[in-house]
Design a protein around this ligand. Structure first.
Ligand code: AMP
Ligand code: ZN
Length: 162
């Protein structure tokens, strides 16, 4: 679904806190903005300097994001990362996207987490996943071939906007 629902902040009947703060109806500590994207401090940071990069328009999950908006979000993230490292004094970072409920998304307005990390901070993205086993190479090869073939036939997801 390609569904910006700005400026009401309501998608599928649900209220959106990020739309509220983008239109100035809720408190926000902003560190970057342009015409497409804003970045602000996570209200419950893993560590000081935890930033969310967010499109101004309301898109719920990764598949809804037009390619140009997604590319721009990553460009902004790439510019912010060394600055956050410098300001927070934390050189290590997790760049996290939770897209969809099963992936742990809580706010259904797509966003990228930039999370400065410190040794012993207690946060974890446990990969490799301790609950999984290593499949044999045939299974990995078969999945790689399926993805490669599907990619050649794929239209490329949500197109860039003109
Ligand atoms: P996610 O689970 O990926 O959807 O992450 C949602 C993030 O949004 C969490 O890290 C929250 O702490 C953060 N968050 C929720 N409400 C606000 C808010 N009003 N201002 C800033 N960050 C928020
Ligand atoms: Zn929203």
């Amino acid at each position: 679904m390609h569904a910006p629902v700005h400026p009401t902040g309501v998608s599928s009947g649900h209220h959106c806190i990020f739309c509220d703060l983008i239109r100035g109806a809720a408190e926000v500590s902003m560190c970057y903005e342009d015409g497409t994207v804003i970045a602000f401090m996570d209200i419950q940071p893993v560590n000081a300097g935890h930033v969310l990069v967010v499109p101004r328009e309301h898109y719920e999950v990764l598949k809804d994001i037009p390619r140009d908006v997604g590319m721009h979000m990553y460009e902004v993230a790439t510019r912010l990362i060394p600055v956050i490292q410098q300001v927070s004094g934390a050189e290590d970072m997790n760049i996290v996207v939770n897209s969809g409920a099963a992936a742990g998304q809580n706010v259904f307005h797509y966003h990228i987490h930039l999370i400065p990390r410190r040794a012993g901070d207690g946060f974890d993205v446990p990969l490799p996943f301790p609950g999984s086993e290593m499949p044999n190479r045939h299974l990995l090869d078969a999945m790689a071939a399926r993805i490669g073939a599907a990619l050649r036939n794929h239209k490329g997801g949500v197109p860039a906007r003109s």
